[in-house]
Design a protein around this ligand. Structure first.
Ligand code: BV8
Length: 253
């Protein structure tokens, strides 16, 4: 496939490569994306309506149960060939870094180092008031409470415990966002994998690369708003396309 070879040539001549990933990279691990219809009780909810402080304020049990449902979906998930291919790219280009919008830990479990996590980690919880400082992490496995009532009270202050993720309308963690912006500004190549490019400020990263003359390469079965600024669009599932890129990279130069 010509575009695979063009992608490889671009990677080989790059000075600084960054990767931006979204929910699509975890799709082949069995984790639904934000666009996928959810099943059962959750089919009638739009995740974006539940992933907000307002929704948690209004109905903590509904939002807590929504995250418990997603954590149950994620627990058996394993990294897929796309995650492993990205880890392989980092071994070939040691300064390469991944910026992820995802809240699963599949990049780390596939062997990627120093992942920049813009939206937190769904497996973790924290005090909704960050009463001991931001973030006040709470290990709920050490707590006993009436699970039918929804989230447990914070063991320090009694306010509700919540998932340690960034909700819509909330600021991203300053240090992670600064690292991502700095990396995007220094990257001459950014691979954008499995994101609809709809959520800001994450979706702004490829535009920062483009703005200073960098090259954006998109890996997605569909086109997105980012396709417009991409030099290359590798159409397909990341679990198929990324291993092809790594294989082509390893053939004789
Ligand atoms: C912020 C954690 C400053 C939670 C997430 C009005 C009022 C308030 C805010 C806003 C507003 N208008 C705009 C905003 C900003 C808002 C925003 O962008 N809203 C959007 C909906 C318009 N952003 C924020 O609020 C951010 N904070 O801006 O703070 C501020 C503060 C106050 C007021 C104003 C501004 C915080 C955003 C973080 C939200 N939290 N996650 C949780 O997970 O529960 S975002 C969540 O949705 C995900 O983490 C992910 O980032 C996003 C979904 O995006 P994708 O990853 O792209 O996934 P998606 O399903 O959309 O697409 C999947 C793609 O994969 C598709 O393209 C598909 O084709 C492709 N695909 C499918 N299969 C495969 C594949 N690709 C490859 N291989 C495959 N096999």
């Amino acid at each position: 496939m010509m575009t695979i070879q063009k992608c490889v040539d671009t990677l080989r001549s790059a000075k600084q490569i960054s990767i931006l990933t979204g929910a699509g990279v975890s799709k082949e691990s069995g984790i639904p994306t934000f666009r996928d219809a959810l099943d059962g009780l959750w089919a009638r909810f739009d995740p974006r309506q539940l992933a907000t402080p307002q929704a948690f304020q209004k109905d903590p049990k509904l939002v807590w149960d929504f995250y418990e449902y997603r954590r149950a979906l994620m627990r058996p998930a394993e990294p897929n060939a796309g995650h492993f291919a990205l880890a392989a790219l980092q071994r070939r280009f040691p300064t390469l870094r991944i910026i992820t919008q995802n809240v699963d830990d599949l990049h780390e479990r596939a062997g990627s180092d120093d992942v920049i996590r813009l939206h937190g980690n769904i497996a973790r919880n924290k005090c909704s008031a960050d009463c001991q400082g931001s973030p006040t992490r709470v290990d709920v496995s050490q707590l006993t409470w009436d699970k039918a009532s929804g989230p447990p009270p914070c063991p320090y202050c009694g306010r509700l415990v919540r998932p340690d993720v960034v909700w819509f309308g909330e600021m991203l963690p300053r240090d992670e966002l600064d690292r991502a912006l700095d990396l995007a500004r220094r990257s001459d190549v950014m691979l954008v994998v499995g994101t609809s490019g709809m959520v800001s400020p994450s979706a702004e990263m490829p535009y920062l690369v483009k703005d200073h003359g960098g090259v954006v390469i998109e890996v997605n079965p569909e086109t997105t708003p980012i396709t417009r600024i991409a030099t290359l669009h590798l159409q397909g599932a990341s679990g198929v396309v990324l291993p092809e890129v790594v294989a082509a990279l390893d053939t004789a130069q």
